[in-house]
Design a protein around this ligand. Structure first.
Ligand SMILES: [Zn+2]
Ligand SMILES: [Zn+2]
Length: 348
């Protein structure tokens, strides 16, 4: 079977022919029909911001497909079943994992780093990572539920505790931020302000439901602008990893406000007026991926017509075009939301 393999010192993925191995007792072989290309894939490839720990890896953590074969101890899944594959991997036995919070597991990782991912015709994965995909959801939309949609959902609902009527700011309108805009509206946000350095990304945000946009390149002080436009925010979610935005936005937060950090940054985070955090009881939390609640809940929202992903897919590509997709995503060429790799041909 063909797989896209990234070697540690290289920035381009090589398409290689690999031998199929037999399944372990609790494993399942899935034919990949769709796999989203994520910003974090860019960090490992074109950007070379993060280096692989292993000699080589098959990336791709936002995938859906059809079960081809099951190991002899697999009980819940059947060959022929449509599935979404969890974007996160974990130990499966610690207290956090047994409560369904794989994202709080000490050995949590992204699919592709410890276990070979889905930029490939097939994947071998433990049964516990599979979520049945209803026939009313196409493979490409199912695939992006694994990360691009579920990560912002978790951040807004389960970390930010977004309540109806609240005012929300979203910084960084890439593949995740654009879905945060949609989800904040579904969860009942009253006013929604999007912030990005790219006018094209802000166009995506207004098209998908942002009430106001701040062009971070034009803005002298994002916090001041957020305060002026909203009168005070209840939730601010950052996908950019530019922590100075968080520092500047503290003053824009209401009493009881929540700041949620999703984007990974390398710079330090320092507050000039830390007393404000105490006086206003502002909560600052990180948010990683999602737990087992998000994807089934999002499938319900999709099937009830509340979650519309019709604008989320930029284009579909064969496995051989994965490097081109990564380059284009890196340069934000044409304001992509999600490129989808279809390693087994164009099946929706
Ligand atoms: Zn991702
Ligand atoms: Zn665990």
């Amino acid at each position: 079977m063909r797989a896209g393999v990234l070697y540690r010192d290289e920035s381009r993925i090589r398409i290689e022919e690999r031998d199929r191995r037999p399944l372990a007792r609790n494993e399942v072989r899935v034919r990949i029909h769709a796999c989203g290309v994520c910003g974090s894939d860019v960090h490992f490839t074109v950007h070379k911001q993060v280096r692989l720990k292993k000699e080589c890896a098959v990336l791709g953590h936002e995938a859906s497909g059809v079960i081809l074969e099951i190991g002899e101890e697999v009980r819940e899944r059947q060959p022929g079943e449509r599935v979404v594959i969890s974007a996160g991997t974990s130990c499966g036995v610690c207290p956090a994992c047994s409560r369904g919070h794989w994202n709080l597991c000490a050995s949590a990782s992204v699919l592709g780093l410890e276990i070979d991912g889905a930029f490939a015709e097939e994947i071998i994965i433990e049964e516990r990572y599979l979520i049945p995909l209803p026939s009313g959801i196409p493979f490409d939309h199912g695939a992006i539920l694994a990360d691009a949609v579920s990560t912002p959902y978790h951040a807004l609902k389960y970390v930010g505790f977004l309540q109806r009527g609240e005012k929300v700011g979203i910084i960084g309108i890439g593949g995740l931020g654009v879905h945060a805009v949609q989800i904040a509206n579904i969860l009942g946000a009253n006013q929604l302000i999007a912030v990005d350095i790219d006018p094209g990304a802000l166009e995506n945000a207004s098209r998908l439901g942002a009430d106001e946009c701040i062009d971070a390149k034009q803005s002298k002080n994002i916090g001041k602008d957020l305060k002026e436009l909203s009168g005070g925010l209840d939730i601010l979610v950052d996908f950019s990893g530019q922590y100075k935005n968080i520092e500047n936005s503290l003053r824009a937060m209401n009493f009881g406000g929540r700041m949620v950090l999703v984007g990974l940054g390398k710079n330090s985070l320092e507050f000039k007026f830390p007393m404000m955090i105490v006086e206003r009881q502002i909560r600052i939390s990180g948010s990683l991926g999602c737990d087992t609640r998000a994807i089934p809940e999002l499938m319900d929202l999709y099937l009830s017509g509340k979650l519309d992903l019709s604008q989320s897919i930029t284009s579909h590509h064969p496995l051989e075009e994965v490097n081109e997709c990564l380059e284009n995503l890196h340069h934000r060429k044409g304001n992509p939301i999600r490129y989808i790799i279809t390693p087994n041909g164009a099946i929706r």
